[in-house]
Design a protein around this ligand. Structure first.
Ligand SMILES: *Cc1c(COP(=O)(O)O)cnc(C)c1O
Length: 376
């Protein structure tokens, strides 16, 4: 069994995929081919924002946003403590300080009360200027924007939505990657919409920021690539990846997103009385980057993972370590509140195999194994 079956997906998409790839090889416009701007239009349209600017990966997408806003030394950026390293890394890389905020035990996403406490603490200390909040749509589920956006407004924070795992999800029908002043996503192969290598995108409704993003992604270009008006990055999505994503986006919007939701529902129906299953609140729709259950304690979680491994069922621990405990952030004074929920989640979470091409028999096999282990 595969954790996320990209081989099966390729077999289903092979005919269209091979034709698109062959066309790129024949045209030989490997950088900035027409497929890139075609894809950007499709993505902006799908998400429902004015501008999509693609780039080399989801980490650069976050960096580009911080560059546009000139975030740097003396600035505080509020980031969930329970996320992938990038969300905090890009902040520290620009010389700003990531301030880690606790998450909600049911949704895994940034907790609004913890955010407000952290902002007040930073204000009170007076050393750093609160500038940005970066909620993550963890495991595919939109963050709690109903509560987070008013807090951002109250404290005059820019909102950077890290939608690396959330492409395709929505809240009250409004799509992920449209909640931030700037929003980002990743096309890393295992993300809900993945390419065949690294890729990313930035979304915004702001015309001026879109122009700046296009400059920063190509060496801070002015009128052209050899006119450089600011220090930027070399961060483009290449033509081959854009062509691949055009095929994948059709399948994603056409049936994959619905199918992965159906698979997740089957897990929930069979596991809800056995373990703590992920809860998608009313009005929320997840793109299911991960299906993450919670066990009683670390011993039970590790025992279950070993038991599944013995049955050739892959599982992953997202995430084993809270951001504020990462050695890379040592000495940055990143903690302003208690981060107990994140600490507990790191001990008890386990993500099960999930993808749109999963068969009922595979779901049954995983559920039977989880049930057998937990019931002893
Ligand atoms: C994957 C991921 C990123 C980084 O994306 P890359 O394309 O791998 O650089 C950023 N944030 C979160 C939450 C992610 O899961």
């Amino acid at each position: 069994m595969q954790f996320r079956d990209l081989q099966k997906q390729y077999q289903v998409l092979k005919k269209d995929m091979d034709a698109e790839i062959q066309q790129v090889l024949t045209q030989a416009n490997f950088i900035s081919g027409s497929q890139v701007s075609e894809l950007e239009e499709m993505l902006a349209d799908y998400v429902g924002v004015k501008h999509c600017v693609t780039c080399a990966n989801g980490t650069d997408a976050l960096s580009l946003a911080l560059m546009v806003w000139d975030i740097g030394p003396g600035d505080a950026v509020f980031v969930p403590d329970f996320t992938f390293f990038s969300t905090g890394e890009v902040v520290a890389a620009r010389g700003a300080v990531p301030i880690f905020v606790d998450v909600d035990a049911d949704s895994f996403n940034m907790d609004a009360a913890s955010l407000e406490r952290a902002v007040l603490k930073v204000q009170e200390e007076g050393r750093l200027k609160p500038r940005v909040v970066a909620p993550v749509d963890l495991f595919g589920c939109p963050a709690d924007y109903d509560q987070l956006l008013p807090i951002a407004k109250k404290y005059n924070l820019l909102v950077l939505e890290d939608g690396a795992q959330g492409f395709g999800g929505n809240l009250h029908g409004k799509k992920n990657c449209s909640f931030g002043d700037i929003s980002t996503t990743s096309f890393f192969p295992a993300k809900p919409l993945g390419c065949y290598g690294d890729g990313g995108a930035v979304f915004t409704d702001n015309d001026e920021w879109a122009q700046l993003l296009k400059s920063y992604r190509i060496h801070g270009k002015g009128d052209n690539k050899y006119d450089n008006v600011r220090i930027g990055l070399n961060s483009r999505l290449d033509t081959l990846q854009a062509a691949i994503l055009k095929v994948k986006l059709k399948a994603f919007a056409g049936y994959e997103l619905a199918d992965v939701n159906a698979a997740a529902d089957k897990y929930t129906a069979r596991l809800k009385d056995i373990v703590k299953v992920p809860e998608i609140p009313e009005g929320y729709y997840s793109s299911w980057a991960q299906y993450t259950i919670q066990l009683k304690d670390e011993e039970q979680r590790n025992g279950l993972q070993a038991y599944l491994k013995g049955k050739n069922i892959p599982s992953m621990i997202y995430y084993p370590k809270a951001m504020h405990r990462q050695e890379a952030f040592a000495g940055l004074d990143t903690q302003k509140t208690e981060l107990e929920i994140t600490e507990a989640l790191c001990r008890t979470v386990l993500s099960l195999p999930l993808h749109p091409y999963m068969e009922d028999a595979e779901i049954a096999e995983v559920c039977d194994a989880v049930t057998a282990f937990v019931k002893g």
